[in-house]
Design a protein around this ligand. Structure first.
Ligand code: DGJ
Length: 341
């Protein structure tokens, strides 16, 4: 080989090496594709509906409803379609894109037909927060009878984020109904339970006790007679934001955002955070959680469920970036998008 040719090959190889190092440094794009079937690392569709994410020690834990694989219709319930309650599943990830199935961390009780956790009952919208004092992981979940008349909240605790969680039982917080729900842990360590009450007419927000397993009795009634459900809350720049849906069963409606200086209110409605095509139908989905990436007030992901009411376990996940424009949260449809490093 001529000297000039070998110099050319050396330079070309060096360039290739530099390009690949650069690509590694930037990392593989972490692409989220809203609405497609999302597979876990074992190749199975992720089954974690109405879910929420807890970020703990550098790992994201996604908890959700583990829905049975056959949907049936009951004409004695107003929402009609339902699937067996399969307990609460957990998936873990360090990048929010690739998820490992950690199992059903609050399993159904298939033996006792009277149990809250029997597959015939309703187990929906689980959320988990970590208690720094007790070192326990605390799960709050909507527990209901098949006709949604019981309207309880259930509490379970675990020593590890991947369970197994011990079920403590269910009750009506502050004597009121509890259907769609979430929990929020503030920077000062206080935690709140946010739940649709009074037959979904009014949203209650209650302060939890120090170990996060009970209510303190301090609570407020919000959005009175406004029928809000699917609450998802987050904090940005010292203010609290609450995204919710209207009440139309499994069918989509218009989302609404409200802002407050305190989690207990008073909440001021600031409109639909969704913009663009299908924004009035929340992109055919319903809010479930808002995640500050890395537990910091920076990049924010808004999580929604696109329910498939006639095949509920095939309901899809719609995750979109939430940004602030003129001081207000804005969510816009993306066919696909990349998480920042
Ligand atoms: C709407 C709620 O947001 C869901 O969690 C579920 O309970 C459906 N209603 C049932 O129709």
């Amino acid at each position: 080989m001529h000297k000039r040719n070998s110099l050319f090959y050396i330079v070309a190889l060096a360039c290739l090496f530099m390009i690949s190092v650069g690509a590694c440094r930037n990392g593989t794009p972490k692409t989220i594709v809203p609405g497609i079937v999302w597979y876990d690392t074992d190749g199975n569709p992720i089954n974690a509906h109405g879910g929420g994410i807890m970020y703990h020690d550098g790992v994201y834990y996604w908890y959700g409803e583990y829905k049975g694989d056959s949907t049936y219709y009951r004409d004695d319930i107003c929402v009609g379609w339902r699937a067996e309650a399969g307990g609460v599943s957990c998936y873990s990830s360090t990048d929010l894109v690739s998820w490992k199935f950690e199992g059903v961390v609050l399993p159904p009780d298939t033996q006792d037909a009277q149990s809250d956790l029997h597959p015939s009952q309703i187990i929906e919208r689980p959320k988990v927060i970590y208690n720094d004092k007790t070192k326990k992981f605390v799960m709050w979940v909507h527990i209901d009878s098949p006709n949604y008349e019981k309207a309880h909240t259930g509490v379970a605790v675990g020593d590890s984020p991947t369970g197994r969680f011990t079920y403590l039982g269910s009750f009506k917080p502050n004597g009121g109904d509890s259907r769609d729900q979430t929990v929020f842990k503030d920077d000062d360590g206080r935690a709140y339970h946010i739940h649709s009450s009074e037959w979904n007419k009014t949203l209650y927000i209650g302060l939890l006790n120090d170990d996060y397993t009970q209510h303190t009795g301090i609570y407020t009634r919000n959005f009175i007679e406004q029928y809000r459900e699917a609450p998802a809350v987050f904090k940005h720049d010292g203010k609290y934001y609450l995204i919710s849906s209207g009440c139309t069963g499994w069918d989509p409606n218009t989302a609404q955002c409200a802002v407050a200086d305190s989690m207990l209110g008073e909440w001021k409605v600031i409109g639909n955070p969704c913009i663009g095509k299908d924004a009035e139908k929340t992109y055919y989905a319903q809010s479930t959680f808002v995640l500050p990436v890395g537990g910091k007030d920076g990049q924010i992901v808004a999580m929604f469920d696109r329910w498939n009411k006639t095949d509920l376990d095939d309901s899809r996940y719609v995750w979109l970036p939430l940004t602030f424009v003129d001081g207000k949260p804005v969510i816009e449809w993306k066919d696909q998008w990349n998480l920042e490093e």
